[in-house]
Structure formats: structure tokens, C-alpha cells
Design a protein around this ligand. Structure first.
Ligand code: KG4
Ligand code: ZN
Length: 341
């Protein structure tokens, strides 16, 4: 029986229909345009947009999957972490739907769902858990940067996370200094294409430290000071490309080398990555090269599943129900600061 999943933890309103590991539909309405003029996500606006989008997105997901709402026998929604007012829309609306449909309900941890999105592939997309291998998983987006050891399906341990800014935030803030609107990651990716990544030498924070934590605020500061001291560079197109390529190289080097190092230390033969920054072409290339060199199996989330989506929430919820996880009752509340164990 099909499962209806919701994701509303930040600025994407998404609904998906999942059946036996297959994604029958995955509708995502992004609010990027709305928040761009404020330079970042405004929580109150995000919640209002989720309320406005919730039913149209749900109707579209049902229609695309050719499923009648009466056929739904389980509902899942992101319970945390995320923006409180945004989480509340998906969780409470999801619980209400489950109540009305007499369906089971599962609240899902957003980051735990990211861990399994690299295993979704194919056309039509489906979870390829028959190919699952124990792995080190990098979750890297505008809100989070963390490394997780996924020992088996549904069993994981966090190795490290960012002590300050997320890697996506560093892309966004560096881009802002270069005059690009939020989110600036894709613009840096594009401009870096023609640039020389070795033109400017930016720090690789914590790259050689023995733990698995990340830090990106120092890099952001060094970019700010560099631009303060060389303001005329911004008028030179070649210099801007070189600058973008060099900033990107500093971020990507840290992410790839710390992920590979953790995989080797833990003797796992697989690395995975998900989250918005996984769309970055240089990150994908550097991962591919490093994994080929080290003969490690690599799974990067499909580009349209890197960013937040309900399909990954539903895929994890289905696994949890199959594993006998008790469905939650409708009394469950949002957990905005829920930490992955
Ligand atoms: O996963 P996501 O949509 O949202 C959360 O933050 O949860 O990730 C958005 C982040 C933004 O910081 C954006 O700049 C970054 O992902 N991003 C990229 C690229 N595409 C998106 N960063 C670098 N290169 C890209 N191609
Ligand atoms: Zn996310």
C-alpha cells in the first residue's frame, strides 16, 4: 500500500508517494525566489508558503502517481531538525491526514533521511538497497555539514559536524561578497568552471586535524579580508573566475579529503554524499577521482534528490515501518533541535 510523505523543514514544500521502495511521484515547490530578496530563509515567510503550497503540492503528488488519497495507508513527515514554524506545517498536517485516513504515521529525522537518498536511482527512481554497503556519508547543504558512519540500514553513528558555518553557507556568503544573490553556490560553481583553482591560496580549515569535524567560518573571513585588500579584482572577469575556482577548491578539498580519510580509517569500501552542495560539479568530480584512486564504491545523490525532498523522507519511513518501528501517535511534536545520534 502506498505511503504519502511530506518535507517542510526549511524552504522546500514537498510531497511524495512511495510504494515498495519505488518513487511514484516527488513534487517539490522551492521558495528560493521568495527568500532571495532577503538574502536568506525568513522562517515566518517559509511557514506561510508551506501552508499555501501544502494542498496543491499534495494534490500534484497524488495525481502524478495516479493514486487516490483513499489508497494511502501510511503517512510520514519530517519531525526535525529544522525551522520550528516550517516543521509544524508538515508534521501537523501529515498527522491530521493520517488521522482522517486511519493510516499509520511516522515522524522522520531529516538528516537520517539524507543518509539514504544516495541509494535512490533509476528511471523511474527506486531505492537500490540490494546494493547497499556500509559507508561513510557526507551530508552537505546550506544548513548542515556532517560525516556519518552508516554501518547497516537504519544503523548509523555521527562522526563529526561543522562547529560553525555549513559548507553551503560558506558558498552563499562568499558569493554574496562577490555580489551574487542567495543562494550563491550555483553561481560560484558556474564561474569557477573557467577559473584556475590554484590562482589564490585560501585556507583548508581543520583539514589535517585528527577529528572529523568541519569549520568554514575562518575561510569566509579570509575571503572577506582578501576582497577588502584587492577590491579591483571584482572588475576583472578572469580574476573573478579564478577567485571562484580557488574558493570552491578550498571547500571541496576539505569535504572530499575528510570523507575519504574517515572511510579509510573505518575500513569501509563505500562513500556517499547528499545535500544541496552535492550538486557542485567540482565536488562530484573530486569525489569520483578520489574514489577511483582508492577503489572505493561511490554513491552521490542524484542531482534532483540532493536538495530537500519528500521522496527521501518516504523511503526512510517505509524502511522503518518494514523494520517494525512503531508508528507514532498524533501527539508527537516537532523536534527543531533533534540531533542525529
Ligand atoms: O539542501 P539544500 O537545498 O538546503 C538546505 O540548506 O537544507 O542546500 C542549499 C545549499 C545552498 O547553500 C546552495 O548555495 C548550495 O546548497 N548549492 C550549491 C550548489 N547548488 C546548491 N553549492 C555549490 N555548488 C552548487 N552547484
Ligand atoms: Zn537537508
Amino acid at each position: 500500500m502506498p505511503l504519502l510523505a511530506f518535507e517542510t523543514s526549511c524552504d522546500e514544500t514537498s510531497a511524495a508517494i512511495i510504494h515498495n521502495g519505488r518513487i511514484l511521484s516527488n513534487v517539490v515547490s522551492s521558495q528560493i525566489q521568495i527568500h532571495a530578496e532577503y538574502g536568506g530563509v525568513v522562517p515566518e515567510l517559509a511557514a506561510r508558503e508551506h501552508l499555501r503550497n501544502f494542498l496543491p503540492v499534495t494534490r500534484a503528488a497524488l495525481a502524478e502517481a495516479h493514486i487516490d488519497v483513499g489508497q494511502i495507508d501510511a503517512v510520514a513527515a519530517t519531525q526535525g531538525p529544522g525551522l520550528p514554524s516550517a516543521l509544524m506545517v508538515g508534521l501537523k498536517a501529515g498527522q491530521a491526514m493520517a488521522f482522517a485516513l486511519r493510516a499509520r504515521f511516522v515522524g522522520v529525522h531529516h538528516h537520517e533521511a539524507h543518509l539514504y537518498s544516495p541509494w535512490i536511482a533509476g528511471n523511474p527512481p527506486a531505492a537500490e538497497f540490494s546494493q547497499f554497503e556500509p559507508n561513510v556519508s557526507l551530508i552537505v547543504s546550506g544548513g548542515h555539514t556532517m560525516l556519518v558512519h552508516v554501518e547497516s540500514l537504519l544503523k548509523h553513528r555521527v562522526l563529526g559536524w561543522t562547529v560553525d558555518d555549513a559548507a553551503g553557507e560558506c558558498f552563499d556568503k562568499a558569493g554574496k561578497l562577490l555580489g551574487h544573490p542567495y543562494p550563491a553556490g550555483p553561481a560560484i560553481d558556474r564561474l569557477a568552471e573557467q577559473g584556475n583553482p590554484r590562482a589564490y591560496d585560501f585556507p583548508r580549515p581543520m583539514v589535517n586535524e585528527p577529528h572529523d569535524d568541519f569549520s568554514f567560518s575562518g575561510l569566509k573571513t579570509s575571503i572577506r579580508y582578501f576582497l577588502r585588500d584587492h577590491p579591483s579584482l571584482l572588475d576583472d572577469r578572469k580574476a573573478v573566475s579564478d577567485l571562484c575556482a580557488s574558493i570552491q577548491a578550498a571547500i571541496v578539498d576539505v569535504l572530499v579529503s575528510k570523507t575519504m580519510r574517515a572511510a579509510k580509517r573505518l575500513r569501509v569500501g563505500c562513500v556517499t554524499a547528499s545535500g544541496g552542495v552535492t550538486c557542485n560539479r567540482s565536488l562530484r568530480k573530486q569525489f569520483a577521482d578520489a574514489c577511483e584512486r582508492e577503489r572505493i564504491y561511490m554513491r552521490l545523490a542524484d542531482k534532483n534528490l540532493c536538495t530537500d525532498n519528500a521522496a527521501m523522507i518516504g523511503i526512510l519511513a517505509e524502511q522503518k515501518l518494514a523494520a517494525g518501528v512503531k508508528d507514532n501517535d498524533s501527539e508527537q511534536e516537532i523536534l527543531p533541535n533533534w540531533e542525529l545520534a
